[in-house]
Design a protein around this ligand. Structure first.
Ligand code: DQA
Length: 143
């Protein structure tokens, strides 16, 4: 039972990046948080981050081929990448769209997501605590 947690552009800079919006947790801390949650839930969790769109597309293909559920924080690609959407649409497993910040109380351009209508569900605005919430739902419902 394995889940891929996929983080898109600029999320590697968590902790240093606009901490008033995204908090002080670093990406390494986030990896540890997810792995700890996975251990508690009895699932294996692999967290990856990339600033390269094609790499994320490749990981989504891997999840589709391997039948792996996904937690996807696509960062800014959420708002406009049809390539990421088309890759995510190939998943036959649950996919949770996640945002650390509440995108709906931010700029208008963050209100639109090209992923939401193909996601199983959304977790938005709970900070990095959203990740263990997503993993918990998947542990109970993805298999
Ligand atoms: C984000 C929200 C996006 O609008 C932004 O581009 C990000 C992070 C979030 O987790 O809140 O990079 O996905």
């Amino acid at each position: 039972r394995k889940v891929l947690v996929l983080n898109g552009p600029n999320l590697g800079r968590l902790g240093r990046r606009e901490p008033d919006v995204y908090g002080s947790t670093t990406h390494d801390d986030l990896v540890a948080l997810c792995e700890r949650a996975g251990a508690e839930l009895g699932i294996s969790v692999e967290v990856r981050q990339t600033d390269h769109e094609g790499e994320l597309v490749g990981w989504l293909h891997e999840a589709a081929d391997g039948g792996l559920p996904v937690v996807l924080n696509a960062g800014a690609w959420t708002h406009y990448s049809i390539a990421v959407r088309d890759a995510a649409a190939q998943l036959t497993t649950p996919m949770i769209e996640l945002h650390i910040s509440n995108v709906h109380r931010r700029e208008e351009f963050r209100h639109r997501s090209v992923l939401s209508d193909i996601a199983t569900g959304l977790i938005v605005g709970f900070g990095v605590d959203g990740y263990p919430l997503a993993l918990r739902w998947l542990a109970r419902n993805a298999w």
